[in-house]
Design a binder for this molecule. Structure first.
Ligand code: ME8
Length: 512
């Protein structure tokens, strides 16, 4: 039976150009999605753009564009970024699409039919930047707790009976201990819900750019109710009998930044439970990146453009750095020094040199062919077994816990063991004394590199495929099933080319 797996990024607001924070979430999801696919799952990986709301309407106005033209332009930038990050998403959703309006209105009607929505009047604070309502008691120095300016809003509004969902939500968290990750975040959400929930204003009347409320088009659906529905639109909702819906709902993971956890872990399951639908299995809230120690913000003008990093360091290098540098879930700091250190030590020196020096020895000393394995000795088996034993660890770290950094560590522990093995076996000295043993050692190394390259694919797809190409591993033998196979002795190789160059700063041509 096929195993299905559905993972989503947040849908990004189109009021701003994409930056490193957006790239981070999308790369993290891509690593997980690729891992699951290589491990035999039928994967759906969704990303997209959140195009409605007052903030987008205002941004379009500032540019002198109508909202549709504006959102078309900016949404394209996010679509391009996902492609340029080499993300293997298989759907890109825009909330302005017909399929989405239909889904959002359908969810509204289900809530209404279940008596969960009523018409009232909203008097209170609203932060356009966060598209969020705040209670007076939450304000800090007259601003939202996020620092966003707030405005006083008085308007007729529909309300969702969120206050009725406090107990059911707490029970839901208890029954589904993995619903919110990591654990620290789960505790935050639980104490927030225990603090009491008020009914939530779910419509606005003072602007037009959004999904009209069914039956009362003077009202526009609250942008978060509209936006959250995207995850179901993309699998065919409201058609609960569609193949995609049956295969992929409930979603396995909604990956989000910690800034939007409340919307995903409180409002979203409440809407779904109230509509009689099943909530997703997990909300994972990762941390925030700072830039050389400073909060990334528009006013500081220090947003890092992902294209600058790709151009300077290379795409796979950037992908590796982002998932390796920060314990996934924690906040992290971007620093060029740290990026260069990792590229030069872990990629160029550790993995790159292992592959380059081993394959060069094979090429030079084994007539340009992969050697046959002779009798494997204890040290050879220890290395090969250590390499194979990484897969169950990756299943835990990446598939189950999303501890992406630990996944990298597990792979690199074998890189370290393989480099030690080269030094202790010293195959270069065996050529004259024991050529058969030299071949066995080089076979062991070649096979270890194959296994490592298979593991590295989700993180650095392009570099891993260069390594696998060098080893003449056919495309059909690149999933984790193929761990059981082996490099084939006698296969002719091309002259090996280094896959992980050292980073050398251009201006002064000094290697850092
Ligand atoms: O919130 N570090 O969209 P958004 C890490 N449209 N991640 C960051 C980051 C940083 N400095 N800055 C942004 C929205 N992110 C809504 C979502 S979903 C139904 C609607 C990432 O464009 C992180 O994933 O403001 C964060 O949650 C997201 O971008 C916010 O994107």
């Amino acid at each position: 039976m096929t195993k299905n797996f559905y993972i989503t990024t947040p849908i990004y607001y189109v009021n701003d150009a994409p930056h490193i924070g957006h790239a981070y979430t999308t790369i993290a999801c891509d690593v997980i999605a690729r891992f699951m696919k290589l491990d035999g799952y039928d994967v759906k990986f969704l990303t997209g753009t959140d195009e409605h709301g007052q903030k987008v309407e205002q941004s379009a106005g500032k540019m002198g564009l109508d909202p549709q033209t504006f959102t078309d332009q900016v949404s394209q930038k996010f679509r391009d970024l996902a492609d340029d990050l080499n993300c293997a998403h298989n759907d890109f959703i825009r909330t302005t699409e017909g399929r989405h309006k239909k889904a959002a209105q359908d969810l509204w009607k289900r809530l209404e039919a279940n008596g969960q929505i009523y018409l009232g009047h909203y008097d209170g604070w609203y932060a356009v930047r966060d598209e969020a309502f705040y209670a007076e008691s939450e304000l800090v120095d007259g601003k939202a707790p996020t620092g966003a300016p707030v405005e006083w809003v008085e308007e007729p509004s529909y309300f969702f009976k969120l206050s009725e969902w406090q107990e059911p939500l707490l029970k839901f968290y208890e029954d589904n201990p993995d619903f919110i990750a990591p654990t620290g975040r789960r505790n935050e959400v639980i104490s927030f819900v225990k603090g009491g929930l008020k009914d939530l204003s779910v419509s606005r009347t003072t602007f037009k750019w959004g999904v009209p409320v069914p039956g009362n088009p003077d009202h526009i659906m609250y942008v978060w109710l509209d936006a959250l529905t995207n995850y179901m639109t993309a699998v065919g909702f409201p058609d609960e009998n569609s193949d995609e819906y049956k295969k992929y709902w409930p979603a396995d993971i909604h990956m989000v930044g910690k800034d939007i956890l409340r919307f995903h872990a409180v409002y979203w399951p409440a809407f779904l439970l109230a509509a009689g639908l099943t909530p997703p299995k997990k909300i994972y809230a990762h941390g925030w990146w700072t830039n050389e120690g400073q909060k990334i913000s528009k006013s500081l003008g220090n947003a890092i453009n992902p294209y600058d990093l790709i151009n300077e360091y290379g795409l796979d290098q950037m992908r590796y750095f982002m998932v390796r540098e920060v314990p996934f879930g924690n906040d992290g700091n971007f620093s060029h020094t740290s990026m260069i250190n990792r590229i030069n030590s872990e990629l160029a020196n550790d993995l790159g040199n292992l592959a380059q020096r081993s394959l060069s020895m094979v090429f030079k000393n084994c007539e340009g062919k992969i050697p046959e394995s002779g009798d494997l000795q204890k040290d050879d088996l220890a290395l090969l077994n250590a390499a194979k034993d990484v897969l169950p660890k990756l299943r835990n770290f990446i598939g189950k816990d999303q501890a992406l950094h630990k996944g990298c560590e597990a792979i690199w522990s074998v890189v370290g063991a393989a480099n030690k093995y080269v030094d202790t076996q010293a195959p270069w000295g065996l050529k004259k004394t024991d050529p058969k043993r030299m071949e066995t050692v080089l076979y062991t190394l070649t096979e270890t590199i194959r296994i490592l390259a298979l593991y590295v694919q989700p993180i650095m797809p392009e570099s891993a495929s260069k390594l696998l190409d060098q080893l003449k591993v056919p495309e059909s033998d690149r999933t984790f099933d193929a761990l059981e196979k082996s490099v084939v002795g006698g296969t002719p190789l091309d002259k090996p080319e280094p896959v992980f160059p050292r980073y050398i700063k251009e201006e002064n041509n000094v290697s850092r």
